[in-house]
Design a binder for this molecule. Structure first.
Ligand SMILES: Nc1ncnc2c1ncn2[C@@H]1O[C@H](COP(=O)(O)OP(=O)(O)OP(=O)(O)O)[C@@H](O)[C@H]1O
Length: 265
């Protein structure tokens, strides 16, 4: 990896690197996000939590510049992000990816360089080095010639993360990265995200399983179109906040164990 991520957290401690202010996103008839503000920095893993339709995917896409925002601002390292930034890498939900698309792992990772080279551009030494480094860092050298459709779910996640690393993005926007992974693959991905954050990246991921948020993430944004709470995973996901986000749980038994119930909503 280049030197650049080492200085990632060496900014003034009072200033956050990613600042989202009053973000609003409207689809034709739907207000998907409103008044969303939060700020965080590299080194953190932030979980986006909320019921179905809360706007988690929309928030990731809005930060990635994939859906237009109807209000608010996003800034990265004190600079307003207008549309798209190479600093942001977005990994769609598994179902949104066409896994039959014929591309090798290496080919996918090389796509991380397109913002620098252009699709028909020539790969220079720096591009090759970045691809090599990303493959190695995510332990994909042995799999680099495989088609992505021939990988396991966990390997596929790693290949997409390798593309983000090749892009030299600092902000990893992941939509439900743990969904569909078995226990081992989940643990591996958990360790990997911890390492990437530790190396100076910012991980922002939607996540459905409330029970694992404190273990897998440092901070959580509880969302239901509007932000309900943002803070450490424990703070943000207090019983009271969860109740506000997921609505009233009428069954007395469910009330006793809201975390288990709400994770299945
Ligand atoms: N392309 C779109 N066009 C119109 N409305 C949309 C579109 N995408 C999402 N929405 C609506 O915006 C709202 C937020 O959707 P979003 O997918 O961001 O929620 P989510 O929290 O990711 O949900 P889930 O947990 O089900 O994945 C929902 O009401 C949804 O129906």
């Amino acid at each position: 990896m280049s030197e650049e991520h080492h200085d990632c957290c060496a900014h003034h401690s009072h200033h956050h690197e990613l600042v989202i202010d009053s973000l609003q996103v409207r689809y034709r008839n739907t207000l998907a996000l409103d008044g969303v503000s939060f700020a965080t920095s590299c080194g953190n893993r932030v979980a986006l939590v909320g019921p179905n339709g809360a706007g988690k995917s929309t928030l990731l896409k809005a930060i990635a510049g994939l859906v237009p925002r109807s209000g608010g601002t996003i800034s990265w390292r004190r600079t307003a992000v207008k549309r798209w930034s190479r600093e942001f890498a977005y990994l769609p939900q598994r179902e949104e990816v066409d896994w039959s698309f014929p591309i090798t792992v290496r080919g996918l990772v090389e796509m991380g360089r397109y913002p620098q080279t252009g699709i028909f551009g020539r790969f220079g030494d720096a591009d090759h080095a970045a691809v090599e480094n990303a493959l190695q860092s995510l332990d994909l050298l042995d799999l680099q010639k495989r088609q992505i459709r021939e990988l396991s779910g966990g390997q596929q996640q790693r290949a997409f993360l390798a593309r983000a690393i090749a892009q030299e993005a600092h902000v990893l926007l992941l939509d439900e990265p743990f969904t569909g992974l078995d226990r081992n693959a989940s643990r591996q991905l958990g360790d990997l995200l911890e390492r990437l954050a530790h190396e100076g990246r910012l991980v922002v991921a939607s996540h459905h399983d409330l029970a694992t948020v404190p273990k897998l993430f440092d901070e959580a944004l509880l969302l239901k179109t509007r932000p309900i709470a943002f803070g450490t995973a424990e703070e943000a996901l207090s019983a009271k906040n969860l109740d506000r986000a997921f609505g009233h749980i009428t069954d007395a038994e469910d009330r006793a164990a809201p975390q288990l119930v709400t994770s299945d909503l």
